[in-house]
Every structure is written in C-alpha cells, then in structure tokens.
Ligand binder design. Structure first.
Ligand SMILES: *[C@@H]1O[C@H](CO)[C@@H](O)[C@H](O)[C@H]1NC(C)=O
Ligand SMILES: *[C@@H]1O[C@H](CO)[C@@H](O)[C@H](O)[C@H]1NC(C)=O
Ligand SMILES: *[C@@H]1O[C@H](CO)[C@@H](O)[C@H](O)[C@H]1NC(C)=O
Ligand SMILES: *[C@@H]1O[C@H](CO)[C@@H](O)[C@H](O)[C@H]1NC(C)=O
Ligand SMILES: *[C@@H]1O[C@H](CO)[C@@H](O)[C@H](O)[C@H]1NC(C)=O
Ligand SMILES: *[C@@H]1O[C@H](CO)[C@@H](O)[C@H](O)[C@H]1NC(C)=O
Ligand SMILES: *[C@@H]1O[C@H](CO)[C@@H](O)[C@H](O)[C@H]1NC(C)=O
Ligand SMILES: *[C@@H]1O[C@H](CO)[C@@H](O)[C@H](O)[C@H]1NC(C)=O
Ligand SMILES: CC(=O)N[C@H]1CO[C@H](CO)[C@@H](O)[C@@H]1O
Length: 417
C-alpha cells in the first residue's frame, strides 16, 4: 500500500482495503516529547527504526495474540509492528510482550479482548501484588506504542462488570500493563470498557504516556462499571511522565496503593502528571499508602511495607464531577485515625506537589472537595499544594480535610476531619 493511501485511510477518507496490505510505507510518526517539564534524567534515546522493516499483524486470524507475538519477534531490533486501521483484532489468549527491544508498535485498528470470563480466570498473567491480572503485558527496552488518536483498546467491560456482580471473587484483567519496561512511549490510544483498572505501570522507568483517552460505555444499567484506576503506578516505577490525558469515570490517577506487604520495599519516584481532564471519577489525583502494623506482626498484607514515594507532581488538572479532587492518604484501610497515628506508615511520602487544579467536584462530600491524611510528619514530608481552584457544586466555600499535614505548605482551606 502506498503511503498516501495509508494516510487517507488514517483520516477515514478512503475505506480500508483489507487483504492488499503486503507492502506500504509508514505514516510519519509524530515526535512526542514530555512537556513542560523534562524528566529528571533525560529519557534514553530511541534507536533509529528501519523504515522497510514492517510487520503487519495478520487481520484474518481468530486470535491476534500469537500473531502479535510473532510480528513482534520478526520486527524486534529496529522494526515496526502494524495493526491495520479499520480492522478489529481479537486477543483471545495471554500475550507476553516483555521481550521487546527497539521496536515501534502502531495500533491503528481496534484490539478487543475476548470476554470469556472463565477462560481468563486461569490464563491471565497473575501478580501476587494486589491480585493484578493482565490479558497482555509489555516490557523490554525502547518500545514506542503509537495509536495516532485512532487506535483503540476495548476490554468488553460490560461482561466483566456483570460477572463481578454475580461473583465477587471473579478476577478481572487490567486493560493495559507494563512490567519491566525500560524506556518507551505509550501514545494516542483510546481505551474503553476496561474490566478493571485501565493502566498499570509496574517495574518500569523512563516511560512517557501521552494523549490517552479513556471511557466506559454502559449497556446494562444494572451492572455499572467498577473499573478503578485510570492510571496506576505500582512498585518500582520511576521517571514516568503522564500528560494530555482525558478520563471519564474511574478512581483517578493513582500512586499505589503501596506499602501493603510487610517485608517488601516499593519505590515510586520522579513521576510527573501534567494536563489531565478527569471527570465522573471517585478521585482526581490520588496517593494511597498503607499504615504501619503493631510491633511483632509478621507477614502482614494489610500494611507495614517499606519504601518511598518521592518527587511526584500533579500539574494542570481539570476536575468535573469527581468526588475528591485530591485524595492523599497514608492511612489506607486503617481501622481509625488513632490506629494509624499509633502505627505510622513505614513507607515514606516526600516532595509531592499539586499545582493548578481547576474545576468542580461532585456533590458527594460537598462542601469538602479533597482530603489529605498523613500518619506522622516524620514519614510524610514536603507535601505542597499551589493554585488550587476547586469548588464544590453548592455555593459553599471549598473545604479540604487535612490531618497531620504541614498546613503552611498547602494553599487550601484546611479543616479538621
Ligand atoms: C522530579 O521529577 C521531575 C519530573 O520527572 C524532574 O523534572 C525533576 O528534576 C525531579 N526532581 C528531582 C529533585 O529529582
Ligand atoms: C444486567 O445486569 C444484571 C445485574 O448484574 C444481570 O442480572 C443481568 O443478567 C444483566 N443483563 C445482561 C443482558 O447481561
Ligand atoms: C467465582 O469466581 C471464582 C474465581 O474465578 C471461582 O473460583 C468460583 O468458582 C466462582 N464462584 C461461582 C459461584 O461461580
Ligand atoms: C517486578 O519484577 C519482579 C522481579 O523481576 C517480579 O517478581 C514482579 O512480579 C514484577 N512485578 C511486580 C508488580 O512486582
Ligand atoms: C524494587 O526495588 C527495590 C530496590 O531496588 C528492591 O529491593 C525490590 O525488590 C524491588 N521490588 C520489585 C517488586 O521489583
Ligand atoms: C492538554 O491535553 C489536551 C488533550 O487531552 C490537548 O488538546 C491540549 O492541547 C493540552 N493542553 C496543554 C496545555 O498541553
Ligand atoms: C462518561 O461516563 C458516563 C458513565 O459511565 C457515561 O454515561 C457517559 O456517556 C460518558 N461520557 C462520555 C463523554 O464518554
Ligand atoms: C460524566 O457523566 C455524565 C453522565 O453520568 C455524562 O453526561 C458526562 O458526559 C460525563 N462527563 C464527561 C466529561 O465525560
Ligand atoms: C513476644 C515478643 O516477641 N515481644 C517483642 C515485641 O517487640 C518488642 C519491641 O520490638 C520486644 O521488646 C518484645 O520482646
């Protein structure tokens, strides 16, 4: 296929002709850079790609998983994997893409994940860490994923939300996940109907996530979505930039929860979240850390984990109808504030900035619009808020529930719990 025709197809002007896809030139890919702030350590450069090394994922296969893996093997080390526009691919088996090395992936069609709930119970990639399950996982070095605003991931969430209603213990996979991704770009992708969280970033560093659009389509009003986080940073994720993202519904952009497991050491560091439009969510920006546990406790999975969350900035955040615009807690699932004060978190939070927050919360906690809870000042340092213009839907003055905070650093109207 000629490049011009591909570009027209991208624009939706020329309907896509399926089979005749053996040869075409790649569209010009946008140069995407983090902004306005650069990462603390510059991202490692992405190696040049060979424009003639193109691996089209066969649109005819019943299960695109093996076809995608095979295309990625063929195009690894300098090529580009293409999922064609105007094409629906179905991934129907666990797809391990953690071997990637200097490869681009163009998702220009729609990837649907089979909704065989029973099948995925035993086959999805499973992580002991918070029972996370994945249909597919990305890892490796220097991996750029482009959706160019048209590529779409569809988790067929409704089936899963209904299944969850009838069986509380059903595992539901996360729509997109990285595990061990060192250097990469995730861009221009529409993500809809996730069974569970939309994105989970684990064991990853030097990743730019930009231009992602997230929403759910509800077809059964008796089984509303229970999709949790829009983007969630899990252990050992550093130097991550998330920008220009729109999310409708969810639990917000979340660091954690972390510190759940005694004996583990979890790190989230140098995360910059910029220009987010969040609507209809339980939270806009969120950081959740488990408290400590009483001495002589062993093997706790309800707090006491060590590590730190350091240098996380949320800047330019538009809120519409979120229950809390900001929720920071170091007493996640504590039985009471007194219990949390008695056994403060082991995992330290420091150098956090919330800046340029706009919009209106939902009426859920009106006139309260956010909550910030530390367990002890010694493990919760330099938490700042600047230029926060958040209003509750009533005409009341916005109130922030602040507990154990250094209120001098918060440009907010703090009130006691
Ligand atoms: C904090 O992270 C931001 C964004 O990644 C970076 O620009 C800045 O240099 C980091 N600050 C420190 C002190 O490392
Ligand atoms: C809609 O959801 C309800 C409640 O979960 C469930 O009983 C029903 O079977 C669902 N309907 C369809 C068509 O899936
Ligand atoms: C609920 O889901 C779990 C996990 O898949 C499964 O082990 C269990 O048998 C299911 N229970 C029912 C009643 O279907
Ligand atoms: C991170 O990497 C470790 C070591 O390779 C692995 O055991 C773990 O499952 C990965 N993911 C998470 C969430 O810890
Ligand atoms: C995270 O990094 C720390 C420090 O490098 C290490 O001790 C820990 O095992 C890592 N955790 C995971 C889940 O990889
Ligand atoms: C914010 O992101 C939106 C896309 O969600 C984009 O249209 C807009 O230009 C971005 N604004 C800034 C200031 O970067
Ligand atoms: C946002 O989500 C709500 C609830 O799921 C839905 O009713 C609404 O149509 C969505 N809006 C957009 C623009 O996707
Ligand atoms: C929020 O949800 C309502 C319906 O619940 C919907 O009308 C609205 O479009 C959603 N807002 C956005 C920005 O998607
Ligand atoms: C029964 C037991 O192991 N008690 C120990 C609990 O922890 C304190 C302080 O760490 C020790 O002094 C006790 O001996």
């Amino acid at each position: 296929m000629q490049r011009d025709r591909l570009i027209y197809a991208l624009l939706g002007i020329v309907p896509w002709a399926t089979a005749a896809t053996t040869s075409f030139s790649l569209p010009i890919l946008p140069t995407l850079t983090p902004g306005p702030k650069a990462p603390s350590i510059p991202f490692p450069p992405s190696a040049a790609r060979d424009p003639s090394k193109i691996c089209v994922v066969d649109p005819e296969v019943a299960d695109a998983g093996p076809a995608l893996i095979s295309a990625a093997h063929s195009c690894n080390n300098g090529g580009t994997v293409v999922l064609l526009p105007d094409t629906t691919y179905t991934i129907a088996s666990p797809t391990d893409l953690t071997f990637l090395q200097s490869v681009d992936i163009l998702i220009l069609g729609t990837i649907v994940f089979s909704d065989d709930v029973e099948y995925w119970q035993t086959t999805a990639f499973e992580y002991a860490y918070q029972g996370t399950h994945l249909f597919w996982k990305f890892g490796g070095t220097d991996v750029n994923i482009y959706g160019l605003g048209i590529g779409t991931l569809d988790g067929l969430g409704q089936t899963w939300w209904t299944a969850k209603r009838s069986n509380e213990t059903v595992y539901r996979p996360v729509l997109f996940g990285t595990d061990g991704l060192a250097g990469g770009l995730i861009s221009g992708i529409n993500m809809k109907n996730s069974p569970m969280w939309f994105n989970v970033i684990m064991n990853s560093s030097d990743v730019l996530i930009t231009g992602i659009n997230i929403w759910n389509e509800v077809t059964n009003s008796s089984s509303p979505p229970a999709t949790k986080d829009c983007v969630s940073f899990k252990p050992n994720s550093t130097d991550i930039i998330v920008q220009n993202l729109q999310c409708n519904g969810s639990h917000g952009i979340s660091v954690g929860s972390l510190g759940q497991y005694q004996g583990e050491y979890d790190i989230v560091e140098d995360v910059y979240v910029y220009n987010i439009s969040m609507s209809n969510a339980s939270d806009g920006a969120r950081i959740k850390i488990w408290p400590g546990v009483p001495p002589n406790t062993t093997g706790s999975s309800s707090g006491g984990g060590a590590g730190y969350v350091r240098n996380v900035t949320y800047e330019l955040f538009y809120n519409t109808n979120n229950d809390w615009a900001i929720e920071l807690t170091q007493c996640y699932f504590a039985s009471s504030q007194a219990a949390c004060d008695a056994y403060p978190a082991v995992l330290v939070i420091e150098d956090i900035l919330f800046k340029d927050f706009y919009g209106t919360t939902s009426k859920r906690h009106d006139p309260h619009v956010g909550t910030l809870v530390c367990s002890d000042p010694s493990v919760c340092k330099n938490i700042r808020a600047e230029n926060i213009a958040i209003a509750p839907p009533s005409a009341a003055v916005a109130e922030w529930v602040c507990t154990n905070m250094d209120e001098g650093l918060l440009e907010m109207n703090c009130v006691a719990a």
